[in-house]
Design a binder for this molecule. Sequence first.
Ligand code: ADP
Ligand code: ASP
Ligand code: MG
Length: 406
Amino acid sequence: MSRIVMKFGGTSVADLERIRHAASRVRREVEAGHEVCVTVSAMAGATNRLVEQVSEAGRVYDLREYDVVVSAGEQISAGLMAVVLGEMGVQARSWLGWQIPIRTNAVHGSARIERIETEELRRRMAEGQVPVVAGFQGLDDQGRITTLGRGGTDTTAVALAAALGADRCDIYTDVSGVFTSDPRIVTKARKLERVTYEEMLEMASQGAKVLQTRSVEMAMNHQVRVQVLSSFEDEPGTLVVDEDEIVEKAIVSGITYSRDEAKITLFGVPDRPGVAASIFGPLADAAINVDMIVQNVSEDSAITGMTFTVTKADLERAVKLLAEQQQSLGYERLAHDPNVVKVSVIGVGMRSHAGVAQQMFRALAEKGINIQVISTSEIKVSVLISEDYTELALRSLHSAYGLDSE
Ligand code: ADP
Ligand code: ASP
Ligand code: MG
């Protein structure tokens, strides 16, 4: 007998028919004698609609109220799943975040899970009942509802698996696993049988939304065995594992993209010590994250240029803040461009292989794609390019690294 956490994403619970299909998978595991805990996302599209409604209701809103509204979708799908399981003869009970409770910090809109009380869940599971936990939501120390950031039900699932000491955490979604690139754009993308925690973490944080970044972080820290698989097709998915469980390490295992980038360039910046601190300090104080940075070489050592990226959501605020401080920062001109995408190639094999970046630059050059900013880490190379070339860049790189399926 194993203890399993099963997570169903939005498309897997999009309507009653799909909920029934998902529930039949749950029943199968229960009938095989396993203890099962289920967690569900809101029905596809529901959270987006709620987010729109909050922003229509007020231009500036309290994030505590945002959380009350956007967490609502999961309440419905959890209840429906419990009803459908009951209809199928599987004992089930729904649980909202506050009822368990799933304790989080008070960073509304992107709260972190701190603790889950599992005693009651364990007791019921031992009696054969399936808890159906509403994903994405928790409770802060003021007793208010929090949400975990978009895609947060993945993190609910992994956190439940860690707290319950589950043998497996199965993430059911609308693709059959983790692919070498987004299969919706790169039709020749291949499913990975296994991917390391580290690569998955990098892929998620560089835009592959198949798993929320924090869920991978948590799985890595708590050694949770995560499997990503299709809720529609019966086939093995992708296992996220430790590096030593992979015998043949690919040099590049994934190519990702993130459209959530916007570029800012400051021209005519005085080239003196402390200038970077004076630009990025105020941005950090305003909780604006800067991702890629490049400082241009100054010809006369007096004036330079600085290019960097922020999220699209932060662009307006960042530009306003920098414009207000133009005098004290002493730059001549500011330009900004939201029409950019960050493309990254990722693989643990890069540690021991030179030339991966060079291959990327060459493949993009052959297609006439201009690189605007570059950044690297031990297992990743990222470039910022015009958003118009997203598909072309992904497909060309996928071929260039020999990742295409036949
Ligand atoms: P869910 O609603 O089940 O949580 P998501 O939409 O959050 O599903 O995540 C699944 C989607 O992630 C897929 O439909 C796919 O388009 C996208 N995706 C992006 N990159 C990858 C990748 N490398 N492998 C698999 N899916 C990917
Ligand atoms: N429903 C939430 C979202 O759309 C959480 C999730 O699906 O994981 O972001
Ligand atoms: Mg998701």
